[in-house]
Design a protein. Structure first.
Length: 348
């Protein structure tokens, strides 16, 4: 494509500054939210909330978009219950263990010459073949899909692909580790003591940033050059650069919050925005919509993502002027508490 040169630069920058960092932030925020919910409502209602999230994730995965993360978050949330009574030291040790464990598993797999996710990989391509999906038409299938039935054929094999991605990337282990960090932050309500901690936060922010930006640069180089030092080293680079840099980003937002306040409406409607982005992507890139898929270079896709997100922020600001919750947040709350809740704000 004409943008091939700049696309390579943008992709490198994405691996350097974005890849893994923002799902890590989101995961830690989930952990903080879990701590708040558990302290207010207890384990039983929390488990019910996670089971409902699991159902939402399954619907999203099987019927809308195969890149779903909600199902994994729900499973991780249910497992988090096992650690709620652990001491702070134990939580921190477990978090480090779960975040580093994928590197150890990859080293073991590399040494033994085995692929633990191979059965899922084979099942994925068997399902793809049964639908007529091949390596040759894989990238263009959804762009050419002119009906939901054709799109659904891709979703069937894609749901298995997603399970393969979770297993091969050890994503559940990483998410549990991040949840535990967030839960530890929430347990001590550190978010409520930012002003008191400002000097320490500033020092931690600048030291972490100065060390992790170069280390994440090495991670990006490895990712864009085919992991030349092997899968295990790449996994280790991921663990020691992605999570600390995500924490640095979080500290930066806490220290200089005001410019980010414009996004708080989207934060209050995170679930609606998440599912909404899937629907926007389908409309823009799939054949049942505008069919733009495979026509854009990477730089244009990133630009489209920014525009879509800022459009969502605007819609969320307008929505919350009249309603107390986002539509999916409202549904999730009602199912969690088992009672009807008023959506529209009362007129003054």
């Amino acid at each position: 494509m004409p943008t091939a040169g700049i696309d390579k630069v943008v992709r490198f920058v994405e691996y350097w500054l974005v890849e893994g960092k923002f799902y890590s932030i989101f995961s830690m925020l989930f952990g903080i939210g879990f701590s708040i919910f558990l302290s207010r409502h207890g384990t039983r209602r929390f488990v019910r909330r996670m089971l409902i999230l699991m159902l939402i994730g399954l619907v999203h995965l099987l019927l809308i978009w195969n890149g779903d993360i909600l199902l994994l978050y729900a499973v991780g949330g249910l497992l988090l219950v096992l650690f709620v009574r652990a001491s702070d030291r134990m939580l921190l040790a477990l978090a480090v263990f779960f975040i580093l464990l994928p590197a150890g598993l990859d080293a073991w797999s590399q040494w033994q010459g085995i692929d633990m996710a191979a059965p899922l990989y084979d099942a994925w391509w068997r399902q793809a073949a049964s639908s007529g999906i091949t390596e040759e038409n894989f990238a263009s299938w959804l762009r050419d899909a002119d009906s939901y039935a054709v799109m659904f054929e891709f979703l069937k094999q894609g749901s298995i692909e997603r399970m393969w991605e979770f297993v091969s990337g050890h994503r559940l282990l990483k998410v549990i580790g991040l949840f535990l960090i967030g839960y530890l932050i929430g347990r001590h309500r550190l978010y409520a003591h930012i002003e008191e901690m400002r000097p320490q936060l500033k020092r931690a922010f600048f030291w972490t940033l100065s060390v992790m930006l170069p280390l994440s640069f090495v991670f990006a180089w490895s990712a864009t050059h085919g992991e030349p030092w092997g899968m295990a080293v790449h996994s280790l680079l991921y663990a020691v650069s992605v999570v600390p840099l995500a924490l640095a980003f979080m500290m930066g937002v806490c220290l200089w919050l005001r410019p980010f306040e414009v996004f708080k409406s989207a934060g209050r409607m995170a679930l609606t925005c998440y599912i909404g982005q899937s629907l926007i992507g389908i409309f823009l890139f799939y054949g049942i919509g505008l069919g733009w898929g495979t026509r854009f270079g990477f730089v244009h896709i990133e630009l489209t993502a920014f525009i879509a997100f800022f459009a969502e922020v605007l819609v969320c600001r307008l929505w919350l002027r009249h309603f107390s919750f986002g539509p999916l947040e409202w549904l999730w709350r009602m199912l969690t508490y088992g009672k009807w809740m008023r959506l529209r704000k009362s007129a003054d």
